[in-house]
Design a protein around this ligand. Structure first.
Ligand code: UDP
Length: 418
């Protein structure tokens, strides 16, 4: 698809805005609450720019030391708007600053003499921004939820104070946005069963950079990371959040048949600096690791940079995604792109990405014995690992490349605009 086909009436590239209030697309991934949404917005933004769109990505300024604008490529930039304290605040605390965010976004358009005809909003907070903007200008809104409060709250002991507002906003957005993007058939089902039967939904998955992963051999990766070739490496990466189910993984490792051999290694990667919000969950997990006598075989390498990630996935024998709830789960497809089979919870988007008995295994969430058995089955059989790893790579190549995802989004935007 060329630049010409998506230019505006004046012949310039069509402008679009991606709004991601709490997920800054220009930030380092893995720190604090930064995860899949940040990756999604950044990758989609850059890929859309390469397809010829003029992409502006808006986020909240959460750190005074970070620049107000970051130019990623000629047609793609991040713009940080001042709304609320210029420091990290949890996503559950941001809602009250959204009117200010809308003002700033309107001010930015006025200042630049532009108006976005289409806004793609991300997460419920940004969906509210999109719905408000519509009151001021003609606008097509596309929305991706990234997480559905209605489903998440089924799985947590305490619903935050903002819960009722979130549920109402999520429902209104589904019913009024020009199109809501579900990243898996499972997410669409959840929208229908938990939010509303009204509204327009299209399934376009998340993606990954298929050239970035899969080019490194297990031996090469292990040499770089100092892991012996005969070690059996179980790998987790992601945010330290109770919803991620890291506890299930740790308890499963304590039941592994390989625990008594001396070459089992558990690697729990991700997480930010001590003292940050996610530190509480990390401390809790470290406590369980010690309590179960796993400290000697467990490593916490911390945040892994995008450049180093392919080595970690390639070094692993199995990548585990034990989430209680997962709308998509980028980690699963990154591991699969790296030829590493995945053992994941049988929930949400993981049911779409991981094909049981073909690219990995699915286990009911929180089922410690089930995870132990599934992990052991792959660790015990290097041939199976290789076979499922190859099939996993193939599945990602055909279904989950960012470029393919961006092309589908681009087509959707064009339909909505013309
Ligand atoms: N990630 C990373 N370094 C880390 C931890 C996580 O680059 O130290 C990335 C990971 O590779 C993935 C994203 O953060 O791309 C997490 O996305 P996912 O959809 O798995 O989970 P979410 O954070 O959205 O719940």
């Amino acid at each position: 698809m060329g630049l010409q086909s998506i230019s505006s009436d004046q012949g310039r590239p069509e402008r679009i805005a991606l709004v991601s209030v709490h997920g800054d697309p220009a930030i380092e991934i893995g720190a604090e609450e930064a995860g899949g949404q940040n990756v999604y917005v950044r990758q989609v933004g850059e890929a859309l720019a390469q397809l010829g769109w003029q992409v502006d990505m808006f986020t909240r300024q959460a750190d005074l030391h970070k620049p107000e604008r970051v130019q990623h490529q000629a047609n793609c930039r991040t713009i940080r708007l001042r709304a609320g304290p210029t420091e990290f605040i949890s996503r559950d605390e941001i809602f009250e600053y959204l009117p200010k965010f809308v003002d700033q976004l309107l001010g930015f358009q006025a200042q630049e003499g532009i108006q976005y005809p289409l806004v793609h909003t991300n997460y419920w907070l940004s969906s509210w921004v999109g719905m408000e903007l519509k009151k001021h200008q003609p606008l097509a809104q596309v929305h991706t939820y990234h997480s559905l409060g209605a489903v998440k709250y089924d799985n947590v002991p305490h619903i935050p104070d903002i819960g009722a507002t979130r549920l109402a906003v999520e429902k209104a957005c589904l019913e009024t946005a020009e199109c809501v993007v579900a990243t898996s058939p499972q997410e669409e089902e959840h929208m229908r069963s938990h939010l509303s039967t009204l509204g327009n939904v299209q399934i376009i998955p998340c993606g990954t950079d298929i050239k970035h992963y899969g080019g490194i051999s297990r031996a090469e990766a292990r040499q770089k990371l100092g892991i012996p070739l005969d070690a059996k490496v179980v790998f987790y990466i992601g945010r330290f959040d109770p919803r991620k189910g890291i506890e299930t993984l740790v308890r499963a490792i304590a039941q592994s048949q390989f625990k008594t051999t001396d070459n089992l290694q558990l690697m729990i990667a991700g997480g930010s600096r001590p003292g940050n919000l996610d530190g509480q969950e990390r401390n809790r997990i470290e406590g369980i690791v010690r309590e179960l006598g796993l400290a000697d075989i467990t490593q916490f390498p911390g945040r892994i940079s995008t450049e180093d990630l392919p080595f970690y996935y390639a070094a692993a024998d199995v990548s585990v995604v034990p989430s209680h709830y997962e709308p998509f789960g980028l980690v699963a497809i990154e591991a699969m792109a790296s030829l590493t089979p995945v053992v994941a919870s049988d929930v949400g988007g993981l049911q779409f990405t991981v094909l049981p008995e073909e690219t990995g295994l699915l286990v009911p969430p929180k089922d410690v014995a089930g995870f132990a058995q599934a992990i052991d089955r792959i660790l015990a059989d290097p041939q199976l690992k290789q076979q499922w790893g190859l099939a996993a790579r193939k599945r990602v190549e055909t279904t989950f490349s960012w470029r393919g995802v961006a092309q589908q989004l681009s087509q959707l935007y064009q339909q909505l605009l013309h």
